[in-house]
Design a protein around this ligand. Structure first.
Ligand code: ZN
Length: 222
């Protein structure tokens, strides 16, 4: 049973949560901090619906598989089916925006990268995608600048700004729809800026989207 998504004003999102299509390396400074090159087309991976966990609340992390990094990311909620879409169709298909964490088993990911294996075990594990409530997006809202901030134990660790993205959000959604059909209830995770790092049980997070009041989350051992 997958927990539903919620709108910021409290109503349940009517679409059942689907998959999350995620982009790696969409901020140049983050690619650089991990020593990665920026690919010519978006590097994509998918998290299943079993990855979602609702924010605010607790974030349960595995403690037996090496370091778990947080990656704060703007998350887009798809509201219309989208296949082989152009940019304008993509803009109209995005129904909401939220803040999500792309939790990553970083040691395991490094091992998988070295072996040239897929990343799923490091990226798509149960609970690897905490998601905040969604703000509804009106026409054109996707094209305005969006910012967010991740604070851990009182220290601001990440500041994101959609204007720093290598692939802007509308183009990214359109591009993704050329590889994977998107359905209502699917999410797009748009990549993380610099500042990623490990989470530990006991950490207290504040996640702020735009100028909204911050959502709180406490990290616990799974
Ligand atoms: Zn990420």
């Amino acid at each position: 049973m997958v927990a539903p998504f919620y709108w910021h004003h409290g109503d349940e999102v009517c679409w059942r949560p689907g998959k999350a299509v995620c982009v790696g390396r969409n901020y140049a400074a983050h690619a650089a901090e991990l020593g990665n090159t920026v690919p010519e087309t978006p590097l994509l991976f998918i998290k299943p619906d079993t990855a979602f966990s609702p924010l605010p609340g607790t974030i349960a992390i595995p403690t037996d598989a090496g370091s778990v990094h947080f990656e704060g990311e703007l998350a887009l909620l798809i509201g219309r089916p989208l296949t082989q879409a152009n940019r304008d169709d993509a803009v109209e298909a995005v129904a909401g925006i939220a803040l999500a964490l792309d939790l990553t088993l970083r040691d395991l990911q490094s091992d998988l990268k070295r072996l040239q294996y897929p990343w799923e075990k490091a990226k798509a594990f149960d609970g690897s995608c905490p998601v905040s409530p969604f703000l509804p997006l009106g026409p054109g809202d996707l094209l305005t600048p969006w910012g967010f901030q991740i604070t851990i134990n009182g220290e601001t660790r990440q500041r994101g700004d959609s204007r720093q993205m290598i692939w802007p959000m509308a183009e990214l959604v359109a591009e993704i729809s050329h590889h994977f059909t998107l359905r209502p209830g699917d999410l797009i995770l748009t990549g993380t800026p610099e500042g990623v790092g490990p989470l530990y049980p006991g950490d207290q997070l504040l996640l702020q989207l735009g100028h909204l009041p911050a959502w709180e989350a406490d990290v616990i051992a799974r």
